[in-house]
Design a binder for this molecule. Structure first.
Ligand code: NPQ
Ligand code: MG
Length: 385
């Protein structure tokens, strides 16, 4: 099986409301999609053609990079460049490419996890579609629906925040994540806890906005029975998280700091986190995401699936991952309408009890709707082998 060409496509998706975090405000999501075309002879890798394994197969991936390098060092223009200049030529030159081969082939290139993830996902989707297997089955999912949480941005006032949270709780979300930053932390958390009571699952995410000097301040969150505090300190400050974990009662969860199963194992050994947010894009793809799940399970570390404001394409794969047995906390795997009025796939709709169905069809189980896709496309380029 060979990679015979790739379509790169940029889309512009307006958000239903501005989403503010400690690193900035987003009103429109600028997203890179990738469609991989494979020559399907011998798609099972055995060299023997089986039924339905001939001909071309295509698969989709969604890159989670933002336009600007504010969440991590990655950004969309860099992803287009590294894919075209280095990654795609390497894969085009390989005599055999399938989902499992992409990671090892791209291993010489440092970093660029989001770019590695998008091409691996598209190749895996093509392979699984051709052989009738779903992402959920391939990854080892053990559930057919998953409970969902929602990430709530920084608001202009506590009143406006309470109104937003009320809407999400009524929609059925089983867990609320509040984005925090210095000046927007203890008071909004107190207000949400007081208004919705002790039974609501609440966690917070700082996206690296604090330093270890803020430990005594962050300890004020101890009173509110939070599930966790996510990435309070800079990406590189794993040791700082280990020190902070000793100074506060709220469990520390890492997001930005975890870029591989190896960094996850090191953070766990150091005592830097008792929970990990797994985002496939941040760690180079779904296969590495599963390895992190396995490392965490072996160490008794709870994991949950993060989100990067994905369209239905990325959302489908995230929901499949979130159905693995070690994902014991609700993820940021919200419904399509949390972010978008119109999705580019059939929308993911939350059940009244806050669950989403795990896609069961071949590959991702969803494909872009041609009309919706065309309506949001701002640029395309065909890259031939
Ligand atoms: C997080 N996501 O867990 C991220 C951060 C994040 C759902 O909170 C555009 C693209 C805007 C990606 C804002 C959630 C974003 C983004 C926040 C990712 O840290
Ligand atoms: Mg986060």
């Amino acid at each position: 099986m060979k990679l015979t060409g790739v379509e790169l496509r940029r889309i512009s998706m307006p958000l239903v409301a501005p989403f503010r975090t400690s690193f900035g405000v987003e009103t429109t999501r600028d997203i890179l999609l990738l469609r991989a075309v494979l020559d399907g002879s011998g798609l099972d890798g055995s060299g023997l053609d089986g039924p339905g394994l001939d001909g071309q197969s295509e698969g989709w991936g969604e890159c989670v990079a933002m336009s600007d390098p504010l969440y991590s060092s990655e950004y969309v223009d860099a992803s287009v460049d590294v894919l075209k200049r280095f990654m795609l030529p390497k894969l085009f030159a390989a005599s055999h490419v399938d989902g499992a081969a992409v990671g090892p082939l791209l291993e010489p290139f440092k970093g660029h996890w989001m770019s590695k993830a998008v091409i691996e996902t598209a190749v895996l989707d093509a392979e699984l579609r051709a052989t009738g297997r779903s992402f959920a089955r391939e990854l080892g999912a053990t559930r057919d629906r998953v409970p969902c949480g929602v990430s709530v941005g920084i608001h202009d006032s506590v009143g406006a925040l309470l109104e937003s949270v009320e809407g999400y709780v009524s929609a059925g979300y089983v867990r609320i994540k509040l984005k925090i930053e210095p000046g927007w932390d203890v008071e909004p958390v107190r207000a949400v806890r007081e208004r919705f009571g002790d039974d609501l699952l609440i966690q917070v995410d700082a996206n690296t906005a604090y330093t270890l000097q803020d430990a005594q301040h962050l300890a004020k969150l101890d009173d509110f029975g939070l599930l966790l505090i996510e990435q309070p300190l800079p990406e590189e400050d794993v040791l700082g998280h280990a020190q902070l974990a000793k100074l506060i009662k709220t469990p520390v969860c890492l997001d930005e700091s975890i870029t591989s199963a190896r960094t996850a194992a090191a953070a766990i050994a150091l005592g830097a986190c008792s929970i990990i947010n797994i985002k496939p894009g941040r760690v180079g793809g779904y296969l590495e995401a599963r390895r992190i799940h396995d490392v965490c399970q072996a160490h008794g570390i709870a994991v949950w699936c993060g989100g990067m404001l994905e369209t239905g394409l990325g959302r489908a794969a995230n929901i499949a991952l979130a159905a693995l047995p070690g994902f014991t906390l609700p993820g940021d795997t919200s419904a399509s309408d949390r972010y978008y009025k119109t999705d580019i796939t059939e929308p993911f709709v939350l059940s009244p009890d806050g669950q989403l169905d795990v896609p069961a069809g071949p590959g991702l189980g969803v494909t872009p709707l041609p009309g919706e896709l065309a309506a949001v496309t701002t640029w395309t380029e065909w890259v031939p082998a």
